[in-house]
Design a protein around this ligand. Structure first.
Ligand code: THU
Length: 137
């Protein structure tokens, strides 16, 4: 699958956001190693803390379905359903990516004109803690 297709699926997912408190919609499309795509959106809560990001919604849907190998994720976000600028995943979502993905996992941060910045997980989460590296016997 081309990055552009993943970008389109993330933009579509943005329309599913439940974000009445921030007014900020986020969409994600996660590409599995087997070619399957999982979409996610942010889902907010009146007590704020239970809010989940779009990236983790996509990951947790995939993990529940038994997927364990991932290639890339495309993410976009903005106010009033409009993409504002290249979207950087939050630190918590980066750590969840670290749990399941290798250094070369790709993150496509989508900009206002559907362009995207491509970075590896190693680039956006340097000096990271991972079970595979730090808790192995
Ligand atoms: N949000 C995401 O969905 N992903 C991120 O990586 C950062 C933030 C959501 C959470 C909240 O609903 C809104 O954006 C504003 O923080």
């Amino acid at each position: 699958m081309k990055p552009e297709q993943l970008v389109d699926l993330a933009i579509e997912a943005m329309g599913h956001a439940y974000s009445p408190y921030s007014g900020y919609s986020v969409g994600a499309a996660l590409l599995c190693e087997d070619g399957t795509v999982y979409q996610g959106c942010n889902i907010e809560n009146a007590t704020f803390t239970p809010t989940i990001c779009a990236e983790r919604t996509a990951f947790f849907k995939a993990i529940y379905d038994g997927k364990r190998s991932f290639k890339a994720i495309a993410v976009c976000g903005g106010k009033d359903g409009k993409i504002t600028g290249a979207f950087p995943p939050c630190g918590v979502c980066r750590q969840v990516m670290r749990e399941f993905c290798k250094d070369d996992f790709m993150i496509y941060m989508i900009g206002a004109d559907k362009s995207y910045e491509a970075h590896t997980l190693a680039e956006i989460l340097p000096f990271s803690f991972s079970a595979a590296e730090h808790m192995a016997e």
